[in-house]
Design a protein around this ligand. Structure first.
Ligand SMILES: [Zn+2]
Length: 229
């Protein structure tokens, strides 16, 4: 009876792939099997020298940095990120986190991580959206890697305006003092994996990293779902 009801719901409200919009089959959630295999993966996790690392070199010290996918205007990854941020697809975030975990779990570059920390949204923005998409990604990573998420440790104190039209210095100035730490005791000497949905300029990651170092973390690695190059 339950299956019948699910089939009926499926007929009335067909579930579509968040990347390519084709009809999903039974057992496929949010992304179709074909997209999972054919998404534009960066393979950053294999190389210490990659485009995300180059973006951050000289700005903050870090152990490793990577993005899972290439984000380009109009590509399937842009669709994924749109669903993740604006269409309430929390499960998609968890799924992307699980796929990301698959690249990290037996990767020699990403061993010894103590804590996962998602980039926080401002409280008001999180209330409007109903969730923080980076937290969903962190939850997927945490379950697959068996590493805890430090929930509520890194906080966004100031709601920032759009960054895209500002110069790099202005963006940096704009980001100083934006983040804070609620629970510094848990950070001392830890290897933290900082997690975000998309890295564009790197200004947000840079500001969060500075705040984490100021509170005594030992090592920082960075992983995002998408890289906008
Ligand atoms: Zn698809």
């Amino acid at each position: 009876m339950l299956i019948l009801l699910q089939d009926l719901t499926g007929l009335l409200f067909p579930e579509l792939c968040c990347a390519c919009s084709t009809l999903l089959h039974h057992g496929e959630g949010d992304i179709c099997t074909s997209c999972i295999h054919n998404l534009p993966y960066t393979d950053h996790h294999i190389y210490k020298d990659n485009k995300v690392a180059r973006k951050l070199w000289g700005r903050i010290p870090f152990h490793q940095a990577m993005a899972l996918l290439h984000f380009r205007k109009g590509n399937s990854v842009q669709n994924l990120i749109h669903h993740l941020k604006y269409k309430g697809k929390k499960g998609l975030g968890v799924k992307l986190g699980t796929i990301l975990a698959g690249q990290l779990i037996s990767n020699p570059h990403y061993q010894g991580i103590d804590l996962i920390i998602p980039i926080p949204l401002h409280k008001k923005k999180e209330q409007e959206r109903g969730y923080n998409q980076s937290m969903c990604i962190a939850d997927g990573l945490s379950a697959a890697l068996n590493i805890p998420v430090a929930k509520g440790c890194l906080i966004r104190k100031v709601a920032t305006s759009s960054q895209t039209r500002k110069s790099r210095y202005k963006r940096y100035e704009n980001m100083k003092e934006v983040f804070g730490i609620s629970d510094p005791a848990i950070l001392a000497g830890k290897h933290v994996l900082l997690v975000d949905d998309v890295i564009t300029t790197g200004a947000t990651i840079e500001a969060c990293a500075m705040e984490l170092y100021r509170h005594g973390i030992g090592k920082l690695s960075i992983a995002t779902i998408a890289f906008a190059d």
